[in-house]
Design a protein around this ligand. Sequence first.
Ligand code: BYC
Length: 473
Amino acid sequence: MTSAADYTGKIPNNVHLHEDRRLQRALESWQPNFMHWWDAMGPTLPTEDVYLRTAVNVGRQGWAHFGHVAMRDYRWGIFLAERNPDRRIAFGEHKGEPAWQKVPGEYRAELQRLIVVQGDTEPASVEQQRNLGATAPSLYDLRNLFQVNVEEGRHLWAMVYLLHAYFGREGRTEAEELLHRSSGSTDAPRILGAFNEETPDWLSFFMFTYFTDRDGKYQLGTLKESGFDPLSRTAEFMLKEEAHHMFVGTTGIDRIVERTGQLMVVHDTDEVAACGGIPLDVIQKYLNFQYSVSLDLFGGETSTNVANYFTAGLKGRWSEERRRDDHKLTSESIMVDALTDEGQIGQAEVAALVGLNTDLRREYISDCQTGLTRWNRILADVGTDRRLTLPHVAFNRKVGVFAGIEATPDGTPVPAAEWERRKSEWLPTDVDKTYVRSLMHPVHERGKIAAWIAPPRNGINGKPFDYDYVHLV
Ligand code: BYC
């Protein structure tokens, strides 16, 4: 079933908003609050306009429009993927039943919670990235930052639509709360740990869009399986936009690694700071940090929450329909990472249902590994034998079984005192961060780029690298 996008009202949408005046009015009264939040917490660099992609439809041929727009006039809209009227729930105790078009009363609280947690991450990332425009390495990168920001804003709209349309007064209150909590706040922080960390420089930004947006991909992939059809359709369309965010991360790190590798080879040294590059050790430490905080986003290795979500049909597995089992998992088991009685890192067999966070995290880890393979190929191609690695799952964890121990990046448990003494070898120090920040000077001239990063292979939407992607005021 296709619904044409309606652009005539205040809120672009393909959900027939004009047919439900109450809902339309409620969302229209949330809209100025969103704009207020965007003005107060969104990008700080003043711009005239930016070459942005705007979602205009969900159909197969052409879902986005590219053009220069003033960011404040971006048309944040509500778009759900096309509805399949025959869709059935693919897993859990309701497997085979028609997908729900309304919230089932018995799962209301759980569904609302999943939507709020998902919704909370979207504005959080915009807040974390708000000052990066001032130090963009090129107009191309500046445009990509703003693209990510406006689309995270749209993803907030996607979750707020669900809260308003399906969760009544409580949903509207939660939608307000999404604008009140803020990243890093002591009084009202964002819900998940990684979204209260700083993203103060572009190396952090690219690590964030590689590792943390990729958690988004996997979590949205599980929500796309949801028996609650509006959530499934929303997540499906969000995933389309998400692909570009991860592209920004992957190619951003590609280009930093390429520049660093070149400097290492040309100057025959690992100490590339002297020639204006980011040392590979520092890149590795930033990677260690962002990967480990992103692993925390998957929750505990075992979780009764996730077992309940799955059994209820609210949150499925990655590629649920391609799995060759009964999709109920009531009598299966899975090996999960665990601590042995002696405090060593090992594995334990648990019921498959409670191990689903581990299952998802494994899919995520093998996807993360593809980045490492590509960055190491870049290092090999420029002619150095230094390599980057993914740290062990037990490294620097604050959530799950490893939260109580310290371990080195290769997965050796170490006493707390040794961790304190040696953590500067593995995680960014103030000196590392200050150095990276010292490189962050804006390059806002067309066709120019900062020295610590290589230029991209291609521009955006067929435009050249030296295109006027952003007009500053
Ligand atoms: N920080 O049962 P457990 C994205 C809490 S990113 C703080 O093991 P569960 C994006 C947990 O809530 C994707 N608290 O966890 C990326 C629970 O609390 P209660 C976001 C945490 O429920 C970039 C307790 O600890 N979407 O889209 O199985 C830019 C026990 O936990 C954390 C989602 O996450 C943490 N890291 O799984 C923009 C999907 N982890 O019940 C956007 C929706 C756990 O004791 N969320 N806790 O009060 C979920 O599916 C689940 O809530 C989680 C946690 C996967 C997050």
